[in-house]
Design a protein around this ligand. Structure first.
Ligand code: 5GP
Length: 194
């Protein structure tokens, strides 16, 4: 069994058959060793492609992106910001992302200084649900004329449709654990090879 599946079975709570609470190792307290192992699995999955940078969304994506950036050889990671800063110098790529858990829409920005034309970008996040966060980050890559080569998530809930949308956009998707459904208040895991 994969390490993330084990952690979910051991540590998670399921809310309304829809939301997984994994504050023990991912969203509040962070287990560095688990994220390091996830990142090494992601590196193996994307071993045939050169990655210049990791792109994620604040806040929960940041720890994941750090582990990924280290696993891919200490490359930089960039996190898109949700809140407008008063300190803006230079241009920004901007998009809107609907939050799955809060049902709010945020303006999300990345400075034009940190994503460049032709760079190979791997997008990552803690969760893939309906795919809105990943599609927003893909939009930002496209604004920068950078190549989004794939998406890596610690946990995906396949039944919420995100994977299908990202595949339609041509992204390869890696997940540390893929949940096909919740049954009797337990996750049912599945797996994908691409
Ligand atoms: P999506 O944009 O793919 O619909 O949802 C992914 C985003 O929503 C992630 O950034 C994640 O923070 C949050 N999210 C979605 N589903 C869950 C969940 O089951 N548990 C937690 N903790 N966050 C989730």
């Amino acid at each position: 069994m994969k390490i993330i599946e084990e952690r979910i079975l051991h540590d998670c709570a399921i809310l309304n058959n829809e939301i997984l609470k994994v504050d023990n190792f991912l969203n509040h307290q962070v287990d560095v060793a688990t994220l390091r192992e996830f990142a090494l699995e992601a590196k193996e999955f994307f071993k045939d492609v050169h990655i210049d940078k990791i792109l994620t969304l604040e806040t929960s994506g940041i720890a994941v992106a750090y582990a990924m950036a280290e696993a891919f050889g200490d490359i930089p990671f960039v996190f898109a910001k949700k809140n407008k800063s008063k300190i803006v110098i230079g241009g920004q790529y901007q998009t809107q992302i609907r939050s799955f858990t809060k049902n709010t829409i945020s303006d999300v920005t990345v400075s034009t200084s940190f994503l460049h034309e032709g760079e190979n970008i791997l997008i990552c996040d803690d969760f893939l649900a309906a795919g809105n966060a990943a599609l927003g980050l893909l939009d930002i890559c496209r604004q920068a004329h950078a190549n989004a080569v794939g998406f890596a998530t610690v946990i995906e809930k396949v039944f919420q449709g995100g994977r299908e949308k990202l595949k339609k956009e041509g992204l390869r998707v890696f997940a540390g654990a893929s949940i096909a459904a919740f049954k009797d208040n337990k996750p049912v895991f599945t797996s994908f090879i691409s």
